[in-house]
Write a protein that binds this ligand. Structure first.
Ligand SMILES: Cc1cc2nc3c(=O)[nH]c(=O)nc-3n(C[C@H](O)[C@H](O)[C@H](O)COP(=O)(O)OP(=O)(O)OC[C@H]3O[C@@H](n4cnc5c(N)ncnc54)[C@H](O)[C@@H]3O)c2cc1C
Length: 134
């Protein structure tokens, strides 16, 4: 069983993407896109949730800004993690920057899977009331 580790914010910031067209495509303020662009500009990898061909959703990773549109926007379905935790660890071991975005429970799962902190890992979770099963 995982023990709860109470934690408090070190700092709080509020920001939105400068580009209004990106804010319109995003669910709220496009913060995810702004953070992802920064990681991709450093040669990093971004993990997030995308629609599959049958409209189910799964986690994928991208390495180019052109692919970012697939990850933008909330999909109100449980996303399949598939091999993304394993892939994430491989990229981190190569020393690459990684942004991993998902629900708070997915981020907690990733951190437990990794078992240690990486300076090049940026985790982004979202305010989540829960996901319905597909
Ligand atoms: C399942 C779910 C529940 C939510 N519940 C609430 C709520 O209770 N209250 C509230 O105010 N807002 C809720 N939201 C909205 C959420 O807070 C917004 O998605 C977020 O604020 C968008 O920020 P953005 O504009 O920076 O990102 P966006 O560009 O909209 O990107 C959204 C990010 O969320 C990830 N994502 C999208 N769908 C899923 C999914 N199904 N599983 C895992 N990751 C996903 C994408 O990979 C992307 O990284 C929910 C969103 C989701 C996906």
């Amino acid at each position: 069983m995982n023990k709860l580790r109470p934690r408090y914010p070190l700092a709080s910031y509020a920001f939105m993407h400068k580009d209004q067209s990106i804010r319109k495509k995003s669910s709220t303020a496009g913060a995810f896109v702004a953070l992802s662009e920064n990681i991709l500009s450093k040669g990093g990898v971004v993990f997030g949730c995308a629609f599959d061909t049958d409209w189910s959703v799964k986690h994928i990773y991208i390495e180019n800004k052109d692919e970012l549109a697939q990850l933008v926007g909330s999909k109100y379905l449980q996303s399949r993690i598939e091999g993304s935790f394993k892939d994430c660890r491989s990229f981190l071991k190569e020393g690459r920057y990684v942004l991993f975005s998902g629900t708070p429970c997915q981020i907690a799962g990733l951190k437990n899977y990794l078992g240690k902190d990486y300076d090049t890992l940026l985790c982004v979770d979202l305010i989540c009331h829960g996901v319905p099963a597909p």
